[in-house]
Design a protein around this ligand. Sequence first.
Ligand code: DON
Length: 570
Amino acid sequence: MKRNTLFFILFIWTYSHAIYAIPTETKIPAQAAVASAHPLATQAGKQILLQGGNAFDAAIAVTAALAVVEPYSSGLGGGGFWLLHEQKKNKTIIIDGRETAPALAHRDLYLDQNGAYIAKSSVDGALAAGIPGTVAAMVHLSEKYGILSLKTVLQPAIKLAEQGFPVTQHYQKMAQFRLSVLQSFPASAEIFLHNNKVPKAEHLIIQKKLAQTLRLISEKGHAGFYEGQIAENLVSAIQAEKGIWQLDDLKHYRVKEREPVQFQYHDMQVFSAPPPSSGGIALATILQILQTYDFELLDETTQSHLMIEAMRRAYRDRAEYLGDSDFVKVPVTRLTHPWYAEGLAAGIHLEKALPSDNLHEIIPAVGKSVSTRTEGQDTTHFSILDTQGNMVSSTMSINYPFGSGLTAAGTGVLLNDEMDDFSALPGTANIYGLVGAEANAVAAGKRPLSSMSPTIVKTPQGIALLGTPGGSRIITMVLLGILEFEKNSDPSQWVKRARFHHQYLPDKVFFEKKAFSKDMITRLKKMGHQLQETDSDYGNMQAISWDYKQGVSAASDPRVEGQAIVFDIP
Ligand code: DON
């Protein structure tokens, strides 16, 4: 045989085997799975998959159902990120349906004449609300990725809004937390309270107006919400409360399709949210710092110490560099480069904590950070896998429990307070204690920096889908989830893992009771860490595992009330 022919045969053999070796293209799961923070939303997703919908159709159904049954977490008045994997194209992209600042917003929107922050102005009421993106994302998902009609996939949510859902303990906890702001807006009190008080367990929350709004969207798509009667009602409700929305803000709202942040950690290919979320970049920094060590060989205390030091550095960079990359230059390539992580790792001492003050100073200087929130169980995540291997990992929010507290009369739509995710006064902290600089200052049309981190991890052995609410702690929870996945393909282990968190400022390690043993606490303190046990457990992770050998499994965080199911599609 001629040499050229031999090379040709060798080339074809190698090429065909290389293609064959790409796992996600060739594998199909035997079962479908849905994990969400509410059983009724999980069932809505299942119903749509059983009706012949794909993961993207089911994602719309779950998004809409959560908007109805978890009014404290997400909704038509909010936004989020939908990370999609299209199996046939082997393509992973993210839909950015994050809220935008209205056109009349500006850097000093939340400051008085003396330049001081006006208390609660970015948290409660009309001025706190960004232009919502969730409806645009649902319509986009339907038009570009779904196979069923929008009418069909919105049906379960419309039914839930019309017939009502029973109040749970979690609902009561959230409503109690926001009772005074809900009481201050009659249109909200009428729907979400009962006789102006937190409703009793099992009381039915019926949302006729929201059902009408959903129906209008199912008929008219994007225009059903962003133009016409609903848009007019939204704007007049906001303006009546001294807000600054205009009809054009809604009319011009568009989702953006973006490339996810993508990086390698050991044999894992991690996909997560890019700016305007900080999630993907921070995860890349932390994991790639850990990758510079023989992490698995270290004892548990040293591992935790390293994770804390990596978190400290990632959150420091978050504060300085991150914001909406359509408005400011975010050095994504540099921050996600393994060499950059190696540089950061070089400054870590294996036995000593470095006080945050000793890290390179941020200009303008960032001030004190006092985190006023610890619960981290509002905002919501869901994960879906269909039997074609399509996947959705999505985190959605209205920010604070029950968002801004303001429901626009005539629409049933409860508005977000996502504007608080901006640095209202660069250098100061928001409700999660997160400090930020100019990169995340308020500007017209800009998207506030998020921590939401819907994530998909691919390995030669299988896939993980995961995410959670939890404000600033979202990123570190997803980090711990990914590290659990590396050890174990059972998602119930990822969601129940005890958690800890450091965010640069305040310079403290927050930890759940079971995260560290007594001995570890002693050693970590000796290294110089300031430890603070959290008042309660936090997070609400919803995860799916597709192990190519063992099959599909799903799990819902035992800390809250979600439901994860795996089922056959006949
Ligand atoms: O986008 C963000 O990062 C926040 N608005 C998420 C808020 C949240 O998770 C609330 N949970 N405790």
